[in-house]
Ligand binder design. Structure first.
Ligand code: SF4
Ligand code: SF4
Length: 102
């Protein structure tokens, strides 16, 4: 399920964005956001799955909108950290508390 909340004028909030493009385009995008008063922080958190706790139920894959979590051919959970947006939805969805961030 996707939860969407608008951040209105005179309100504060956080959101994740991915900026793709040439280096010059990314710099332009960052400068534009800063000019609009949007503070930026680069995410350098990595997701970690405790394989001793994970039961490969797949619940985390259902909530990952970035497709960073997938089941492999043997129905074992796989993580593509490069796609992860560190939204932490998977951590909330995991019934065995196998997910943490490092
Ligand atoms: S933190 Fe968010 S983006 Fe990253 S793996 Fe979990 S659900 Fe996907
Ligand atoms: S929700 Fe938790 S237990 Fe289920 S596959 Fe994901 S990490 Fe493993």
């Amino acid at each position: 399920m996707t939860t969407t909340k608008k951040i209105k004028c005179n309100e504060n909030g956080n959101f994740f964005i991915e900026i793709k493009g040439k280096e010059s385009e990314i710099i332009n995008a960052i400068n534009y956001l800063k000019k609009e008063g949007i503070g930026l922080a680069q995410s350098n958190i990595s997701i970690n799955i405790n394989r001793n706790k994970c039961v490969n139920c797949g619940a985390c894959t259902a909530v990952c909108e970035a497709s960073a979590l997938n089941m492999d051919a043997n129905w074992h959970i796989q993580v593509d950290s490069k796609k992860c947006l560190t939204c932490k939805s998977c951590k909330r969805a995991c019934p065995t508390r196998a997910i943490s961030y490092i």
